[in-house]
Design a protein around this ligand. Structure first.
Ligand code: FPP
Length: 241
């Protein structure tokens, strides 16, 4: 059993709507409580010295939700960023946004741009919000960047390898996630970090995101400690039969 903390935890926040439905509350109430959980989990991860945390908060597919829900989520995000600005800076967090930022409304994009800029001087946990994010979209954007570099002559097709490809992704300079957590009982990747999760350990829990506490996270990390990670190699206890 290894005890070293994962270098990078990625979380698919899921189940806000069902949490609200179970209580006969409007869906948006689930998002409000979900945002509180985000605060707690982020603060805890920064405290334990986790190097990187990525939260999937809004996918490219989420634009298809009702206009009211999308608008509410965008306002909630802005409120979160405003409210957490000091916390992010005091906790030495470096914030980054993964995803197609051009598609975000200016009220959110501007607020984010500022905190992303200011937090770059920090040296602690890398906190990434995947917003308007889709793994395939990210891969296509990376392929376009590489194609442009080839066209300009700064890269040759033979120079495209795992390293140069990874550098063209939104996650440049981030370690691949060691652990993916998905709440609410769904067992899917749902277009999240498709390239980066080649060797990620998956942890699925029935707990809905608004109920996901620090205790649940500790349990997921304990579970990760028990995993035998071989990265395609043969384990030490494998006898060859
Ligand atoms: C998934 O639950 C959750 C979302 C699509 C939004 C996540 C957003 C937040 C937690 C709030 C703000 C985020 C940040 C980063 C501060 P769902 O609506 O898909 O739930 P359901 O599957 O039960 O309907």
């Amino acid at each position: 059993m290894h005890r070293s903390l994962p270098q990078h935890i990625a979380i698919i926040l899921d189940g806000n709507g069902r949490w609200a439905k179970n209580r006969n509350l409007p869906r948006i109430q689930g998002h409000v409580i979900g945002a509180q959980r985000v605060k707690e989990i982020v603060t805890y991860c920064a405290k334990i010295g986790l190097p990187a945390l990525t939260l999937f908060a809004f996918s490219t597919e989420n634009w298809r939700r009702s206009k009211t829900e999308v608008a509410f989520l965008m306002r909630l995000l802005r409120r979160y960023i405003r409210g957490e600005r000091e916390n992010i800076l005091n906790n030495n967090i470096v914030l980054r946004i993964l995803g197609n930022q051009q598609s975000l409304p200016p009220i959110v994009a501007d607020e984010l741009a500022d905190i992303v800029h200011v937090s770059q001087k920090n040296s602690g946990m890398k906190l990434n919000f995947a917003l308007a994010y889709g793994g395939r979209d990210e891969i296509i954007r990376a392929a376009r960047k590489l194609a442009s570099s080839c066209q300009e002559g700064s890269l040759t097709p033979a120079g495209i390898n795992e390293e140069t490809f990874a550098e063209a992704l939104d996650t440049v300079e981030l370690p691949d996630p060691d652990l993916l957590i998905r709440t609410s009982g769904e067992k899917r990747i749902s277009n999240f970090l498709l390239w980066q999760m080649a060797y990620t350990e998956m942890y699925y829990t029935d707990t809905l995101w608004p109920d996901f506490s620090v205790d649940h996270l500790e349990k997921a990390i304990e579970d990760f400690f028990r995993r035998d990670r071989r990265f395609g190699k043969v384990g030490e206890d494998f006898d060859g039969k």
